[in-house]
Design a protein around this ligand. Structure first.
Ligand code: SF4
Length: 90
């Protein structure tokens, strides 16, 4: 391999490496925002602080004790309910 070819290869490598590193913070911010946007608003899923037809958050696979939900934003009551209710397997 000639010195000229080695120079081109190194330049391409440095160019690719520097552009990838430059994009890393953008990718991290985009991922963080996508994660933050994945939770639904309570109004959108008819959330209520009381059970419905015997169904309640504490019995839902999406509930995260003590007062959170994997898919609905905000404080979630263990005795609450929403239209995304998914019962834990018995
Ligand atoms: S019923 Fe709705 S708010 Fe309650 S834990 Fe399940 S998905 Fe979350």
């Amino acid at each position: 391999m000639s010195k000229r070819n080695q120079g081109i290869t190194r330049r391409k490598f440095l160019k690719l490496t520097s552009s990838s590193v430059a994009l890393l913070p953008v990718a991290l911010i985009a991922t963080d925002r996508a994660t933050a946007q994945t939770k639904a608003k309570k109004e959108a899923v008819q959330y209520q602080d009381t059970p419905k037809n015997g169904q309640k958050c504490v019995d839902c696979v999406l509930f995260e004790p003590p007062e959170a939900c994997k898919v609905v934003e905000g404080k979630i009551a263990p005795e609450g309910w929403c239209s995304l209710f998914a019962p834990k397997p018995s």
